[in-house]
Each structure stands twice: as C-alpha cells, then as structure tokens.
Design a protein around this ligand. Structure first.
Ligand code: GDP
Ligand code: IMO
Ligand code: MG
Length: 424
C-alpha cells in the first residue's frame, strides 16, 4: 500500500502521462487533483498513442480506477470526446472512472472569455484557450457552477441564467458585443451532455477514504508543472491552479498525513510552451537538437515548445516546494548526440550570482545562466533496459542530477513507451 503524488517539476510536459501510466500498474486508484483540459498527457502503448486532457492517465490500465477530484475544472466536452477515443480503442472505463460532484465545470462562455481576455491583454500569457482561468475565477469569486449543480434540475437553470446575464453584461461593457451568450442553447446542450456524464459522478473524497481503509495504493496525477503553479510559479505566466503537491489535499479531500511520497517528473532538459521567462532557453543548434529529437510540440495546442538546458535552480526549487522524495528523469535519450551538455548552476543578475530560483518573472527575464559543462554521449540508449548498461556519461549525468537535487533518481525514462523505462 502506498500513497504517492506524481508532480511535474518544471513547466509541464515532463512526461507525466508516460510515468503515471507506468506507475499505475501498481496503483489501485489514480486521481487528478487540479487543472483541466489544458493538460495534454501522452501515453504510448505499442503502436497506439493516447493524448489525455481530462481523463486520468491511469485509465489505460484496466485494473486501475481513475478519478477526477474536486480541484479540477471539469471540461465535459473533452471528457466525452476522450470517452469515445477510449471506447474506439476497446477500453471500457465504465465502473472505474469517476468525477467528483464538487468539481467546478468549464462552461462554453469560459472558453470565449479566455480567448477575449488573452487577445486583449498587452502581455500575453499564451493560454491554451481551454477556459481554465475564467472557470477558476468564477470558483474563487463564488459564482461558479459545479457538477452537482448541473445535476440539480431546479438550481441549475437559476444559477446558469444569473451567470449568463452577468457574462453578457461584462462582454458588452468590455468588448461592445451584445447578448454574446445564449441561455437556451447553453442550457439545452449542457443538460444533454450531462446525461453522458451522470453515471460517472461519485464522491472522490469518500472513494479515497475507502481505498485507504482497504489498504489500496493511490497515485495522484499532477497536471502542468511546478513553475506554472499560481503561487509558486513564474507569475503571472502561470496557470490558475496549485499544480504543486500541496494542491492534492484541497483538490481531492485527502489529509496531508496520509501521503507517503512525492515523485517529481523531471525532463533531463527544460521546455516551456507559452510565454514567460526561461533562463536557459536556447536559440542555437543545441536548442534545435532538443526540439527536433524530442519532438517538442505541445500536446494540447500543437505549438512548438521552447527548449533549453537543465536548470539546477529549478530542480532544487521544485524539490523544496513539492517535497519531492524521488525523481523520474525523462527524455534523457534526447540528449544523446550532443558533444557537451550544459547544466545551469546559477543566475547572473546585475552584479550578483543567484543560487536559488525565485518566482519573480521580471527578475528572471534579466538573468543570464551560469553553466557547468558535462561530457555528452553518442550512443542510442532508447533500447537499454538495465541501469548498468547505460553509457558511463549517461550515468555521470544522472549522478550529477542526484547530487545537485539531493534526491535519488528512481526511474530513468529513455523513450515514450512503457517498456522504455529503467528502474534504478
Ligand atoms: P506530460 O504533459 O507531462 O504528460 O507530457 P506530454 O505528453 O505533454 O509530453 C511528453 C512527450 O514526450 C510525449 O510525446 C511523450 O510520448 C514523450 N516522452 C515521454 N517520455 C519520454 C522519454 O523518456 N523519451 C522520449 N524520447 N520521449 C518521451
Ligand atoms: P501538462 O499537464 C505545458 C501553460 C500554457 C500557458 C499557461 C497558462 O500537459 O503538462 P492556461 O490555459 O492554463 O491558462 O495557460 O500554462 N500550460 C501548460 N504548459 N503543459 C501543460 O499541461 C500546460 N497547461 C497549461 O501554455 O503558458
Ligand atoms: Mg503535456
């Protein structure tokens, strides 16, 4: 029995989907705790590739129960289209996939508002346009609509009407567009779609309590990454939820005393999609190498991901704010072929050398990386199954990361497939 959290240690897209799928074979319950359909978690099984936005990556393991906690903003369109994808692939999630009645719902107007706000913002965040910010905004300002509210036939039309009236007023005031959102159309479509959602609704906190009582193993699936956290990330270039391990307790209703360990999913280099500071970003051939060999294209938006060297300050920060107890080091195969590999060990800021990461974008924008250099390797490591069979320079790179983070590497991922994983 174990209760673990898998959290993204950088700016998202670290390979959480792959690692969660891998670890889910030893988990009875996999639970998402925050974010929404802005996530794009890729799981490759043989010749099939699944990109999951809403449904936990544990769903591909038929012995695992998956749940979406109250901290997630629930996108029913995404949920329904993923159900179809799973069913077409012969995967039956009925009876082992659940959604908390207390999750807030992303409504169609949230997506429109996301787009309008972003398009009218001077400094663009580069959001995924999935309605995440506006949905969390309604939650925090206490006018949101939860799954349980949509299932309440009397309450839903009242709360929806009030929301649509106020969004229409706001839209007209800000953008001059009248009656942007139509109550009847949204109401009818939503009720219709919730007929599909209804059988999956179940109290996730109670499910977790029962799982704990029955000594089951639970794995919490983080979405996005530490530096996109609303509190600990590179504000304002962040998402609107607590992506870090702390989000698990509020986002699912589990007590912090029940959590045993936190595995940080960390890319062997760094990527970022969307805007904001990125101290080790590369614009040279090494950056091109990472981008091309790593197929660094956003799983949700198809945008190219910005690429850079591994940043030890980010890694240590992530260990600190999440309480990371072990690492899944991913995509280390992608570094193969580089003559030298740099690791950032400090930031030159004005006349100082900073040794600790700080979540202040306007300072980070002015930081210049201070690098140490390690020898690269030329071998293809993607088929290696045993740690000891890895080339010496790969092991040196891993040792180096363990030394600077003071955290052991538990899994070395050398390719996108389940079996391209080495347990150290
Ligand atoms: P997530 O959002 O953290 O789940 O990550 P994404 O799925 O958005 O992006 C990770 C990408 O890298 C996906 O295309 C994965 O199939 C792929 N991937 C995961 N682990 C590895 C690895 O160790 N090596 C390589 N080459 N690709 C990997
Ligand atoms: P996974 O779970 C990478 C980024 C967006 C944007 C910022 C805010 O696949 O790792 P939002 O739509 O959340 O308001 O966008 O956050 N972003 C991600 N980047 N991986 C993700 O998820 C992301 N989810 C959001 O690009 O910069
Ligand atoms: Mg992703």
């Amino acid at each position: 029995m174990s209760v673990r959290i898998a959290v993204g240690a950088q700016w998202g897209d670290e390979g959480k989907g792959k690692i969660i799928d891998l670890l889910s074979s030893g988990a009875d319950l996999v639970v998402r705790y925050q974010g929404g359909a802005n996530a794009g978690h890729t799981v490759k099984i043989d010749d099939k590739k699944f990109i999951l936005h809403m449904i936990p990556s544990g769903v591909l393991n038929k012995n695992t129960v998956s749940a979406i906690g109250n901290g997630v903003v629930f996108d029913y369109d995404s949920f329904i289209s993923e159900l179809d994808i799973l069913k077409n692939a012969g995967i039956r999630p009925e009876g082992r996939l659940f959604i908390s009645p207390y999750a807030h719902v992303v409504m169609p107007y949230h997506k429109e508002i996301d787009r309008a706000v972003e398009n009218n913002r001077k400094t663009k965040i580069g959001t995924t346009f999935k309605g995440i910010g506006p949905a969390y905004q309604d939650k925090i300002t206490r006018c949101g609509i939860r799954v349980v509210d949509i299932l309440d036939k009397e309450y839903f039309p009242v709360v929806l009407k009030s929301n649509i009236d106020s969004k229409n007023q706001l839209f007209e005031a800000l953008y001059g567009e009248k009656n942007k959102f139509d109550f009847n159309a949204i109401y009818a479509a939503c009720l219709d779609k919730f007929e599909t959602v209804k059988p999956y609704v179940k109290d996730v906190s109670i499910m977790i309590e029962e799982a704990l009582e029955n000594k089951k193993s639970i794995l919490f699936e983080g979405a996005q990454g530490t530096l996109l956290d609303i509190d600990h990330g590179t504000y304002p270039f962040v998402t609107s939820s607590n992506t870090t391990s702390g989000g698990v307790c509020t986002g699912t209703g589990i007590s912090p005393t029940k959590i045993d360990s936190v595995i940080g999913v960390m890319k062997a280099y760094t990527t970022r999609v969307g805007n904001g500071p990125f101290v080790t970003e590369l614009f040279d051939d090494a950056g091109k190498h990472l981008s091309e060999k790593g197929f660094e294209v956003g799983a949700t938006t198809g945008r190219p991901r910005r690429c850079g060297y591994f940043d030890a300050l980010i890694a240590r920060y992530s260990v600190r704010v999440n309480g990371i107890s072990s690492l899944a080091l991913t995509k280390i195969d992608v570094l193969g072929g580089l003559e030298k590999i740099k690791v950032c060990v400090g930031y030159k800021y004005k006349n100082e050398i900073l040794k600790e990461f700080l979540p202040v974008s306007n300072v980070l924008e002015k930081c210049v990386p201070v690098y140490e250099e390690l020898d690269g390797w030329q071998e293809d490591i993607s088929e290696i199954k045993e740690y000891n069979d890895l080339p010496a320079n790969v092991k040196k790179y891993i040792d180096y990361i363990e030394k600077i983070t003071k955290v052991p590497v538990e899994i070395v991922s050398v390719g996108p497939e389940r079996n391209q994983s080495i347990f150290k």
